[in-house]
Design a protein around this ligand. Structure first.
Ligand SMILES: CC(C)(COP(=O)(O)OP(=O)(O)OC[C@H]1O[C@@H](n2cnc3c(N)ncnc32)[C@H](O)[C@@H]1OP(=O)(O)O)[C@@H](O)C(=O)NCCC(=O)NCCS
Length: 156
């Protein structure tokens, strides 16, 4: 069976935080970051399934650091597992300081997308995704292990 690797769906987006994107604290509004997360995850899903894909659920979002006005946010998404018609996507977001270039992880998320046919009905994903190091090979299977694994899985 044909396989695709997680790297085949990697999608990266960079945006600068402007005044309309901020909350009462003057930092990035969480809803705006969630919209960016959904955007980048949707493209990763299509890169894997090569058909229209919709968000079925946002399974987790963890906001780990605030993002300051004028700084950059860099989002990276890739498919981590495939099922019959659905896929799990991992998104890692980093903040990059405008002044110093220092980067740190500001959010992580897992989402589920469903592949649709021309009638907007769920359609099978025939190509499974393979990641080189499987979670099963790690000593402890837990959400925190998987998050830290995926956070370190890519060079950003
Ligand atoms: C997601 C959606 C396509 C599922 O359609 P459905 O007819 O309920 O599909 P099914 O019950 O046959 O499930 C299809 C797959 O979706 C998954 N799924 C359905 N609802 C889900 C949910 N809330 N969370 C995670 N996965 C879900 C099922 O587990 C199944 O996965 P599998 O085929 O890999 O086993 C449909 O509910 C939908 O169109 N929702 C709106 C999507 C949308 O507009 N997103 C943008 C939000 S603004």
């Amino acid at each position: 069976m044909e396989k695709k690797y997680a790297r085949d769906s990697i999608t990266i987006k960079t945006a600068q935080i402007l005044p309309p994107d901020t909350n009462a604290l003057g930092t990035l509004f969480g809803g705006k970051l969630m919209a960016y997360i959904d955007d980048v995850a949707a493209i990763a899903a299509v890169r894997h399934a090569r058909t229209t894909c919709v968000t079925a659920s946002t399974d987790s979002v963890d906001f780990l650091a605030s993002v300051n006005l004028w700084d950059f946010v860099i989002l990276e998404a890739f498919v981590t597992s495939t099922h019959k018609t659905s896929m799990e996507i991992f998104v890692k977001a980093l903040t990059e300081s405008f002044g110093t270039g220092e980067k740190k992880v500001c959010a992580t998320a897992f989402l589920t997308f469903v592949a649709l046919d021309e009638n907007n009905k769920p359609t099978p994903i025939f190509t499974p995704v393979e990641i080189r190091l499987t979670l099963a090979s790690l000593p402890i299977s837990s959400v925190m292990v998987s998050v830290s694994f995926f956070m370190n899985a890519l060079p950003l």
